[in-house]
Design a protein around this ligand. Structure first.
Ligand code: UDP
Length: 236
């Protein structure tokens, strides 16, 4: 019997017969502003599953360890079981969103160097920003783990920037989550990489191809994600 282990805003996780393998179901729900704005869109689960599958496979080819194992239906993946490290790692190449608000810099300004930010994963607290000292003092990661997380985040950024560039897309920023494999404790990329968790702009026009179209009521979400998937299909 498989059991619902966890239900998040956009995904459900189920156990499988193998204790080291979980089944992820991508839902059609979309939320923004810490769950204050909610909607459901036919096709969203399928689109995010397809986009995320493509990205995880590309990253694995580039030597990035991930929890991804297989895609078993339109909206389901099998992944390796991990203990999630409760840090949301945000990587930024271009100013947008909360960074623009916090520092008063216009959206769209390219950053001279990549910024990595840590947020403590807590719905109750609204995911407050933390630094390495907080993470160490709270014992949510060790020094070595933080070094590894930063190294992986930067190499994922390199691979993703190249991948999206081939589709004429600018990788503005994105959020990552890492976990420790239940089997070995090794740190791997977990959760998802999708237009829910990335800002992706057309390189020329800066048209948004991500969840900001929903957050800011700019365009239809499934149409936007479909457009993104089509453009990624041409990338080998
Ligand atoms: N992000 C995310 N989940 C979160 C917060 C942020 O996936 O809980 C992603 C978001 O889609 C964007 C990047 O992380 O690609 C940076 O988000 P930002 O800090 O600018 O926050 P926002 O403006 O989305 O509130």
């Amino acid at each position: 019997m498989t059991q619902l282990l966890y239900e998040g805003k956009a995904k459900q996780m189920f156990t499988t017969d193998d204790p080291n393998v979980l089944r992820v179901v991508y839902k059609n729900d979309a939320t923004a502003f810490n769950g204050q704005k909610k909607a459901s869109f036919d096709g969203k689960g399928r689109l995010n599953n397809a986009i995320c599958t493509k990205i995880f496979k590309m990253l694995q080819k580039n030597g990035v360890p991930t929890h991804y194992l297989d895609t078993i239906s339109e909206n389901e993946q099998l992944v390796r079981a991990v203990n999630i490290i409760p840090i949301e790692v945000v990587v930024r190449n271009v100013v947008a969103g909360s960074l623009s608000k916090r520092l008063g810099i216009d959206e769209g300004k390219s950053l001279g160097r990549t910024i990595i930010e840590f947020y403590y994963k807590s719905d109750e607290l609204g995911d407050p920003m933390i630094n390495s000292d907080h993470a160490l003092a709270m014992e949510i990661a060790t020094k070595d783990e933080l070094v590894e997380i930063r190294r992986l985040a930067l190499s994922i950024n390199d691979a993703l920037q190249n991948f999206f560039a081939e589709a004429g897309i600018l990788l503005v920023d994105f959020k990552l989550e890492f976990g420790k494999l239940k089997e070995t404790g090794a740190i791997v990329l977990a959760d998802e990489i999708s237009p829910d968790s990335c800002r992706l702009w057309d390189k020329e026009t800066h048209e948004k191809l991500d969840k900001d179209v929903f957050r800011r009521n700019i365009a239809d979400l499934p149409e936007t994600y479909e457009k993104l998937l089509k453009r990624l299909e041409d990338v080998k």
